[in-house]
Design a protein around this ligand. Structure first.
Ligand code: PHE
Length: 383
């Protein structure tokens, strides 16, 4: 009986042309899935992302929802383990019948789950994974942020042109596709600009003692250390570096962006720089409204993850509305056609590779604050 009832529901949904069969959500709702790290070593990434997308869907639902229906967001935790990402995304698709997926932040996790979305023809939007390979998985995989060939080049340009550095060290997290990618792209651009990489060392996510690598770096006498890692290790590394007498600045990427960075690294981080997607210092009224609304709801300043998730959620809702359907292939086509969407992280157009092309900001760490130092536009770097 239950099966027959479900079949009738599915059939009427197909006839109405509104809900794809396999959706176990009520037909009164549009069910969207999100996977992220809500616990574990990169937990602030998942929490900020969830907050940002929930704020967007709350606003959308208050204005009447999408296709006249309320949006329901189901969020799954992968515990900061890339191998769990595939499991939770399979559950969202097969058991919850979601019509699209938001996530992940960390590129290695996105790379683990994207093939599942692709093979099920369920569109996936990563708000913030920057490794170029993520969207190369297939034509159902999108992102609303820039990619790492640009991000790595941006920091190389800042190091060479603004800080006038000639010799840097690199310390890479070999377990992270993100970190390894940035190492390559930074190195290439820095050399092109006349700089030299005097030493390269590596670690693995989850390590806690970095003294051997830091001792080797100190011996090479660099003017700065490029450290494209995630905040938990970054905070510890910079702290240990200062204890070993390394006084030069560390330079990083968006993976530094977390309220926990300062908690872990403290004053050791003063005078360090990292590249990121947006700054709360941006005077644009849309950004300031988002910052105020987010603070009112969560009591915290939104980081780049929250801002990118807010944009990704609104772009997805917009695409479903334009598609006029929750059918995966129709949402896909609408996402691919996204042009000049006014995001809080900048104007977003999806290009032929399903990526966004946007400026990056350089932020300086100072007493727990991230100060906007420079904005670098895509046309300012030669890849
Ligand atoms: N870009 C990082 C990655 O691809 C994730 C990240 C984005 C982290 C923005 C912090 C802020 O892994």
């Amino acid at each position: 009986m239950r099966f027959r009832a479900l079949a009738v529901v599915c059939l009427s949904a197909i006839l109405a042309g509104t809900v794809s069969c396999g959706s176990k959500g009520s037909q009164k709702e549009i069910v969207i899935g999100e996977y992220g790290s809500l616990t574990g070593g990169i937990a602030t990434f998942g929490i900020s992302t969830k907050n940002g997308s929930e704020l967007a869907f709350d606003e959308i639902n208050k204005k009447g929802g999408v296709l006249g229906k309320q949006v329901k967001l189901l969020v799954e935790d992968d515990q900061s383990k890339p191998e769990e990402a595939g499991t939770v995304v399979t559950k969202l698709i097969n058991q919850n019948g979601v019509c699209a997926v938001l996530g992940h932040v960390a590129s290695s996790h996105s790379l683990a789950a994207a093939p599942i979305c692709q093979s099920n023809q369920i569109p996936m939007i990563s708000p913030s994974s920057t490794n170029p390979r993520v969207t190369q998985v297939g034509n159902y995989i999108f992102r609303v942020c820039f990619i790492d060939p640009f991000q790595g080049a941006v920091m190389a340009k800042f190091a060479a042109d603004t800080l006038k550095l000639k010799k840097v060290a690199i310390l890479v997290d070999v377990r992270s596709d993100y970190s390894v990618g940035l190492q390559t792209f930074f190195r290439q651009q820095f050399r092109q600009l006349g700089g030299e990489v005097v030493v390269e060392q590596s670690y693995s996510q989850g390590d806690s003692d970095f003294r051997a690598q830091l001792t080797a770096i100190k011996a090479a006498n660099p003017e700065a250390v490029y450290l494209p890692g995630y905040y938990t290790e970054v905070g510890t590394i910079v702290h240990q570096a200062r204890e070993l007498g390394i006084t030069v600045p560390f330079l990083g990427g968006d993976g530094w962006d977390s309220p926990k960075l300062w908690e872990i690294g403290g004053a050791a981080l003063n005078g360090c720089y990292f590249s990121d997607h947006y700054s709360t210092d941006d005077p644009n009224p849309a950004v300031q409204k988002f910052v105020a609304d987010y603070k009112a709801k969560y009591g915290q300043t939104p980081d780049a993850l929250a801002a990118l998730a807010y944009d990704a959620a609104r772009i997805l809702a917009d695409a479903i509305q334009k598609a006029g359907s929750t059918d995966g292939s129709k949402i896909r086509d609408a996402l691919a056609a996204t042009k000049d969407f006014p995001g809080v992280t900048g104007s977003i157009s999806i290009n032929a590779d399903r990526n966004a092309v946007k400026p990056a900001v350089i932020l300086k760490v100072e007493n727990g604050k991230f100060l906007l130092t420079e904005t670098i536009k895509p046309e300012a770097v030669k890849l």
